[in-house]
Write a protein that binds this ligand. Structure first.
Ligand SMILES: Cc1cc2nc3c(=O)[nH]c(=O)nc-3n(C[C@H](O)[C@H](O)[C@H](O)COP(=O)(O)O)c2cc1C
Length: 182
C-alpha cells in the first residue's frame, strides 16, 4: 500500500492517509459509515460542546443538492465517491450561550478522527472546502449559527495502477512548524 516516508514510524493510518482524486468500485457499508461517525464524535472539544454536525449524502438527490453549491473542478472527481459527508459546526449551541470560538478547531479534529477510522476500515477520504458556504447553510438552518466547513468524499481506494501515479503532498519539517519566541 502507498504510504508516506517519514522519519518515525506512526500509526499506519496516518502514514497511509492522503486525499485521492480517484476512488475504486464498492460502496461504503452502513456499519462502517456509522463507525466513522462514531470515531469522529470521540474527538475532544472545548467544554465538551461537541459542536460538530454531519450530513451524510448518499443518494443522487442529496449529492445534486450539494453540487449546486460546489465550485467547478471538484464535482468531476467527487462523483466517483459513493458517500459524501458534509461537516459543519454549531457556533451557538453552547452551555453559556456565548459564541463557540473553537467550533472549527473541534470539527477539524473530528474529521481527522473520521478519516483515520475510514482508513483503518479500508476506505479513503478527501475533504473539500470549495463551495458556497453561506448559501449552503440555508439548506440546513436559516440562522447564522451553522458554519459549513467541508464536504468529505468517502470511498474505496482506486486500483493500485491508478494510485501509483498519485503524489502524496509533502509536509514542512517539524522544525519548520515549531514556533520560536521573538
Ligand atoms: C478544510 C479543507 C479543505 C480542502 N479543500 C480542498 C478542495 O477544495 N479541493 C481539493 O482538491 N482538495 C481540498 N483539500 C485537500 C487538501 O488539498 C489536502 O488535504 C492537502 O493538499 C494535503 O494533502 P493530503 O491530504 O493528501 O495529505 C482540502 C482539505 C481540507 C482539510
Amino acid at each position: 500500500m502507498k504510504k508516506r516516508e517519514l522519519e518515525f514510524e506512526l500509526l499506519p493510518e496516518i502514514e497511509a492517509r492522503y486525499s485521492p482524486m480517484y476512488f475504486g468500485e464498492g460502496d461504503v457499508l452502513e456499519e462502517d459509515l456509522r463507525a466513522m461517525l462514531l470515531a469522529a464524535i470521540q474527538a475532544p472539544s472545548a467544554y465538551n460542546e461537541q459542536p460538530w454536525r454531519f450530513y451524510v449524502a448518499k443518494t443522487q438527490q442529496d449529492k445534486e443538492m450539494l453540487m449546486e453549491y460546489m465550485l467547478p473542478g471538484e464535482k468531476e472527481w467527487m462523483v466517483n465517491a459513493p458517500v459524501w459527508i458534509l461537516l459543519a459546526g454549531d457556533i451557538g449551541d453552547t452551555h453559556n450561550g456565548l459564541y463557540n470560538y473553537w467550533s472549527s478547531f473541534d470539527a477539524g479534529c473530528a474529521w481527522g478522527f473520521l478519516s483515520l477510522e475510514a482508513q483503518r476500515r479500508g476506505y479513503v477520504t478527501h475533504c473539500i472546502g470549495s463551495f458556497d458556504r453561506i448559501d449552503l447553510r440555508n439548506e440546513f438552518q436559516k440562522n447564522e449559527n451553522l458554519e459549513i466547513y467541508g464536504i468529505v468524499a468517502v470511498g474505496r481506494p482506486a486500483p493500485e495502477e491508478i494510485t501509483a501515479k498519485e503524489k502524496i503532498p509533502a509536509r514542512k519539517s517539524v522544525n519548520a512548524v515549531q514556533l520560536r519566541r521573538k
